[in-house]
Design a binder for this molecule. Sequence first.
Ligand SMILES: [Fe+2]
Length: 199
Amino acid sequence: MSFTLPELPYAYEALQPYMSKETLEYHHDKHHAAYVTNANNLIKDSGLDGKSLEDVVKDSFGKNVPLFNNAAQHYNHLHFWNWLKPNGGGAIPGKIEKAIIDSLGSVAKAKEDFIQAGVTQFGSGWAWLSVKDGKIIVSKTPNGENPLIHGAAPILGVDVWEHSYYIDYRNRRPDYLKAFVDNLINWEYVEQLYEKAIA
Ligand SMILES: [Fe+2]
């Protein structure tokens, strides 16, 4: 089994003005592509070839750092393209909305905590909503780490590596995070992952 770079599920211009064609060309065609190429090279002779991507991520953590970094970033980006959509960030489907309110108090608080996690992640990394023990939690991770290695199922993640926002927002990471939450999140995909996580 080898890892493959998926096509973006929308046109490169589709997320403008919140995320530019240039950002997506670099982020998808160069950065994500490099994680796929590296993961495919590193998985040979790792003893993990043939396992699912999730298992490669979990089993390489702390044991095979180069493979983990690239496989985890492949996993994170596979989902990241689907966490974005044109005209996103609008009404939240009922089931996931209720789950967010039950776990985090309110949608507004969840959005605020998620943005704050992204703002305060020092250096490269990700901010997350994930499901742990049946509840939705907010967290942040450095570099390629994700909630899978902390016993949780990721349902929403935002990439706060500079390659995700520097072309469009320069150093204004908080503005990028606000645009992500208000205008880009594909909540239907978040709900799909939530349903899978609690099944
Ligand atoms: Fe990225």
